[in-house]
Design a protein around this ligand. Structure first.
Ligand SMILES: [Zn+2]
Length: 316
């Protein structure tokens, strides 16, 4: 997913707007195929202990279709919606390193970043929240929607009420969640080096734009012939003990693979149909997305059977 950056000078804004428009037409997060496949493979792993309607062919098809949904919200001329949700697709983890534990809510995270910006003299705008990104926040927010929908479903079942409307909502939340979880498995969605290396560069990695789309869209389109190519790497789901913290660990694990993406690019391993190594790397990244996704769905289902967790009281 190409990203828009905040605070551009007015003189260049017009040109940038059109450049970004065409960039987005060419490349959006994992590409449509990667997102669809990650969702589909995860949906095919939904265990028998979860509600039966989720294992129907139509539910799996809908969840797969929803994989690229948040990119459809970006696929057009610049809009309020586009600007509002573009930072949900990524996080520059290098910017939050050393800031301490992340707060639970996105607005406290924004305050934390503005405090860091105020205390920074070298490129303080690097800490603007829309430049750092909200990846883990949108993920946990959609996950919590899903858990609440599962709670409502359980309650309605108990009261022997019709559940078709809530079933539709559950499918939507599951599919929507899949988008962000999949973005998180793409290492270039977790780094300042998201499209060309910008940090100290002793290994001589490419500094050119283009590597992002080359890996997540062009290479995927050439190499992934069907979801089955990585489905075998995805295991039955396991409960995630601490969803927000464990999801952050998943993002850091993805971030640790950023140099490998650049090294493969340097070795021209994404050219054509790739090499054994680059195809394996891609399959493992796609599978990591499906695995975390089905794990989170399963976790939301299990948590929805338990009493609501005690949370600090909300401000009015
Ligand atoms: Zn995305």
């Amino acid at each position: 997913m190409k990203r828009t950056r905040g605070a551009v000078p007015r003189a260049t804004a017009f040109v940038l707007v059109y450049a970004l428009y065409f960039a987005q037409m060419a490349a959006y997060g994992w590409g449509s195929l990667g997102h669809t496949d990650i969702n589909q493979v995860a949906a095919e792993k939904i265990p028998a202990s979860m509600p039966k309607f989720l294992r129907s062919k139509s539910a799996i098809q809908k969840i797969a279709y929803l994989g690229p949904e948040p990119d459809r919200w970006r696929d057009g001329a610049p809009s309020a919606l586009n600007y509002a949700q573009a930072p949900d697709h990524f996080i520059d983890l290098e910017r939050i390193e050393g800031l301490g534990p992340l707060p639970m809510g996105r607005y406290d995270f924004i305050k934390m970043l503005y405090a860091k910006r105020a205390a920074t003299t070298d490129h303080p705008d690097n800490y603007l929240p829309d430049r750092v990104g909200f990846q883990p926040y949108i993920t946990i927010e959609v996950l919590e929607r899903l858990e609440l929908a599962f709670r409502a479903y359980r309650e309605m079942k108990q009261k022997k009420q019709k559940t078709d409307v809530i079933e539709g909502n559950i499918i939507f939340y599951m599919g929507w969640l899949g988008h962000y979880v999949a973005d998180g498995s793409q290492p270039l969605h977790t780094t300042v080096n998201y499209d060309g290396w910008v940090e100290a560069n002793p290994n001589g990695y490419t500094t050119q734009h283009g590597i992002h789309a080359e890996f997540e869209t062009d290479f995927v389109n050439r190499v992934v012939s069907s979801p089955a190519s990585f489905a075998g790497l995805v295991n039955p789901p396991q409960r995630v003990a601490h969803p927000f913290d464990d999801y952050l660990k998943y993002l850091w694990a993805s971030n640790a693979l950023v140099p490998e993406v650049y090294a493969l690019d340097k070795a021209k391993a994404f050219d054509g149909t790739g090499t054994l190594e680059s195809v394996k790397f891609l399959d493992q990244r796609l599978a990591a997305g499906s695995q975390m996704l089905v794990d989170l769905w399963y976790t939301a289902w299990l948590e929805s059977a338990e009493p609501l967790p005690q949370r600090p009281s909300a401000t009015p």
